[in-house]
Design a protein around this ligand. Structure first.
Ligand code: ADP
Length: 608
């Protein structure tokens, strides 16, 4: 076998191997676009080798001319894949320059098949032979260079401009890694291309009768690229090993704290979750995990809220915390507390997200039990309030019932007359139905007040709330000779809350105030309820009394459960009231007034 064939076979098989290898890399990781460009670069050299061999063995000027036209195919492929490689691998390079370089090469390739004999020559008159590596090979004898060749020359050197520009941009990034890439890949590419392009120009302009053997210099470029990409692969595998080790360390630390950890790399859409997180989501060790998977396991009652909170967190880049239920595949639900953070790139695009999960099912169960107890306590509190008020409520109900009876009896007497006055009768009936309605309202109010139920949030008109409370307490205040004064500003904004529970709070406070003034001399027993807006989105209810005030030693403890200074007190009123106010995201506090007596303030957020 002659030396040229041996050299060509070595170059072609080596390049083909590289093309296949990096083609496979791209197939396994579609985002490795530089690897794909590199595979095409290697492939273009395989093609070049065959066409160059054909040129060296051409037997006529026509045949040589045809092969020169065909040679533009690997040249185009080499140009396009080289600029693409630099663009993707360096992450620099101007797209318009890239388009110009590849576009001009494409035009030259297509035009090569249109012009006779090809794009580079107007005429090839004869072929000659010269010795190359101990073999006689065909070269151009006499030919006329086409005026188009200027265009081809510019296009060839445009590649160098693109490479140089991309190198400068990368160098400016200043990292040692960037600089090494510029020196190794940028340097080798620039030199190989400059050598190849210049050799081609000398050949075409017939400065010398040279055999067409352009692939060897490009091999140098391929070698530099292979070296750098292998380094990357080695580094990637080392990083993967380190990452696995660090993940397992993190997993261990997190599991010891009862935490499950997850990480989502958005670019590769790869989700890593710790073993504990797998257990929480009911996934086996081998089962793949995807974000959609996670979302589909969330209880539909919470899913919307989770997605909304997550979107807000991603958009703002802040940390998010949420609690939600997850359904286990084997049945049952776990409550998870999740805290997560996202990372955005300079353009504000989501790059990655990570967070921790904590199983709070037990805490949630306890909280629900406490809520249930609180509800029952609040109910018991209302029942006891009504027990205390029963005599005055009898009066409240007795009044309309007595009026109804009186009116009914009067009606009967009227009917006994020979000519009953129908107009009078109509009046009596109207009075009866009005009193009946009033009694009905009282009973309805009592029924609602006595019902044990969860908090039901609704719009509350402050005036109506104050009115209801005043109605319930009015008779009691009269019986105890206390001046009760309840008033609210008519233009107050409305509240959002549970009317029955909030009435209970106000009744508790007012009844405590009435207890506090009980020992004062008659005429100095006054209790007032005032409502006002603080102008900052809150409504304040102030309950004042003319009693002795709260004992300084008792003041810090009055909201404690079972704290009482009354002989028959339970000590639950204020504690229940405070928990109701807290459930409305409000505040309840007590202080002594400088003028004597105590002031209790309930501050609640308005509905808006
Ligand atoms: P109870 O009324 O059954 O004692 P509360 O929790 O309602 O339970 O009140 C706890 C304690 O707070 C009362 O025993 C009393 O000592 C004190 N307290 C409440 N309101 C007043 C008030 N307006 N003036 C003085 N002390 C008060």
């Amino acid at each position: 076998m002659n030396k040229i064939t041996v050299l060509a076979s070595v170059i072609a098989s080596g390049s083909l191997l590289l093309a296949v290898m990096y083609g496979c890399v791209w197939l396994l990781d579609r985002k490795a676009r530089a690897a794909l460009a590199f595979a095409f670069e290697a492939l273009s050299i395989v093609l070049s080798v065959f066409i160059e061999l054909a040129m060296m063995h051409a037997t006529s000027p026509e045949e040589l001319g045809r092969w020169i036209a065909w040679n533009q195919v690997p040249v185009f492929l080499r140009t396009a894949s080289l600029v693409a490689f630099i663009y993707f691998y360096f992450g620099t390079g101007r797209p318009w320059l890239m388009a110009l370089t590849v576009g001009s090469r494409f035009i030259i390739m297509v035009a090569g098949f249109i012009f006779e004999p090809n794009f580079n020559f107007s005429r090839i008159d004869s072929i000659a032979h010269t010795e190359f590596l101990g073999q006689q090979v065909t070269v151009i004898g006499s030919a006329v260079t086409s005026p188009n060749q200027v265009f081809a020359t510019i296009s060839a050197y445009l590649v160098l401009v693109f490479v140089a520009d991309a190198c400068v941009s990368l160098w400016r990034q200043g990292t040692s890694d960037a600089k090494r890439k510029v020196v190794v890949i940028g340097g080798a590419t620039f030199l190989s291309w400059a050598a190849g392009a210049t050799y081609a120009q000398i050949m075409v302009y017939q400065g010398a009768r040279l055999p067409v053997m352009l692939s060897p210099p490009y091999l140098f470029m391929l070698a530099a690229m292979t070296y750098e990409m292998s380094r990357d692969m080695l580094r990637a595998s080392r990083l993967a090993r380190e990452l696995r080790a660090s993940e397992s360390r993190l997993d261990m630390a997190a599991s010891a704290a009862g935490l499950a950890v997850w990480n989502w790399d958005v670019r590769s859409n790869r989700v890593w979750i710790s073993d504990r997180a797998r257990v929480l989501f009911g996934l086996s060790e081998r089962e793949p995990f995807e974000i959609e998977h996670m979302v589909s396991r969330i209880d539909p009652k919470d899913a919307e809220n989770v997605v909304r909170t997550w979107r807000v967190a991603v958009a703002s880049g802040v940390e998010a915390e949420m609690q939600f239920r997850v359904r286990r595949p084997e049945g049952g639900t776990v409550w998870l507390l999740a805290r997560g953070r996202s990372e955005l790139d300079a353009a504000g695009k989501l790059v990655s997200a990570q967070g921790v999960l904590l199983d709070v099912t037990e805490q949630q169960r306890q909280r629900e039990e406490i809520d249930e107890l609180r509800r029952e306590l609040a109910h018991a509190g209302r029942v006891s309030v009504l027990g205390t008020l029963s005599s005055s409520l009898t009066h409240e109900l007795g009044q309309p019932l007595a009026a109804i009876l009186l009116n009914a009896e009067t009606g009967e007497l009227l009917l006994d007359r020979p000519n009953p006055d129908l107009k009078e009768l109509r009046h009596i009936l109207a009075d009866i139905s009005r009193d009946d309605r009033r009694a009905g309202e009282v009973i309805d109010g009592l029924r609602k007040f006595l019902k044990s139920r969860e908090l039901e949030f609704d719009k509350i008109l402050v005036g109506a709330l104050v009115q209801d409370v005043a109605t319930l307490l009015r008779s009691d205040a009269i019986v105890r000779n206390i001046q009760l004064d309840c008033a609210s500003d008519p233009v107050l904004p409305s509240l959002r809350g549970d009317k029955v529970h909030l009435s209970q709070v106000l009744i508790n406070l007012l009844m405590n105030a009435m207890d506090a003034v009980a020992d004062q001399p008659a005429g100095r027993r006054s209790v007032s309820l005032r409502v006002a807006s603080d102008g900052e989105g809150h409504i304040e209810f102030l309950v004042r009394d003319s009693g002795p005030g709260i004992d300084a030693a008792a003041l810090p403890r009055i909201f404690d459960p079972f704290f009482t200074t009354k002989p028959s007190g339970m000590g639950m009123g204020l504690s229940v009231s405070r928990s109701i106010v807290l459930a409305h995201r409000g505040k309840l506090w007590a202080e002594n007034s400088p003028d004597g007596g105590a002031i209790f303030t309930v501050r609640l957020p308005t509905a808006a």
